[in-house]
Design a binder for this molecule. Sequence first.
Ligand code: HEM
Length: 254
Amino acid sequence: MASSSCLSILVLVVALLASSASAQLSSTFYDTSCPKAMSTIKSAVTTAVNNEPRMGASLLRLHFHDCFVDASPSPALPWRRDSTNASKSNANSDLPGPSFNLANLTQLFANKGLNVTEMVALSGGHTIGQAQCRFFRDHIYNDTNINSTFASSLQGNCPQASGSGDANLAPLDATSATSFDNAYFTNLLSQKGLLHSDQELFNGGAADSTVQSFASSSSAFSSAFAAAMVKMGNISPKTGTQGQIRLACSKVNS
Ligand code: HEM
């Protein structure tokens, strides 16, 4: 969902711990009103991820969607304050899709003030988590810029017929599915991107050199990712009395 920010603060806390806060937002927002917020959130996230590794991926993706979709008329940080509404049409128009080419992807990130290097760094979020067959079917059956052994291995659990096995899952980074590392980028160098949109980042275009640099240096990736996460968290935040801080994550305050 695009509108709720409650869970996304859990993710951003990780980036904030590693990076300094930006001008519009404050990492000390709860220092007085809820001084244990950071430590409580950190231990809750650690426990949740230990119980179910995919939880980290879900939170990261939620943060991305929360930052990209402006749920009218102005979006949201305690790190992000919560909107009081949601917009399906804005979600559809503002979020990139798995069939997008490099030009489409570049445009949607540019719309949010993010450059190609930042887009590539953030796409490294696909070093964890999974995708459903319906989102990578075309890529593994119809694209030519995919390693053939890799494509065959995926076809076993993702039938070609639309509607068959649509929700079957495959890891976005088959090399190290639950480690937050730079294998996503080394995979791209050997044409093992799971989504068409992933492989577009290394397909003879303007993003190639950045992919190569992150593939050869995990520290270059880590620092670029942290900086880009903070920048993404700063996209049109609600400030002051805009929106609200939900008392229960699942619903707007009554
Ligand atoms: C570049 C454009 C992007 C496209 C086209 C894209 C597309 C997708 C798609 C299609 C899925 C699978 C969803 C499903 O099967 O239900 C996915 C999963 C995921 N995405 Fe992206 N994504 C993009 C960028 C990002 C960014 C910037 C981040 C975070 C910084 C991110 C984090 C994730 C994560 C962690 C998952 C796995 C979620 C899980 O396992 O529950 N993605 N993405």
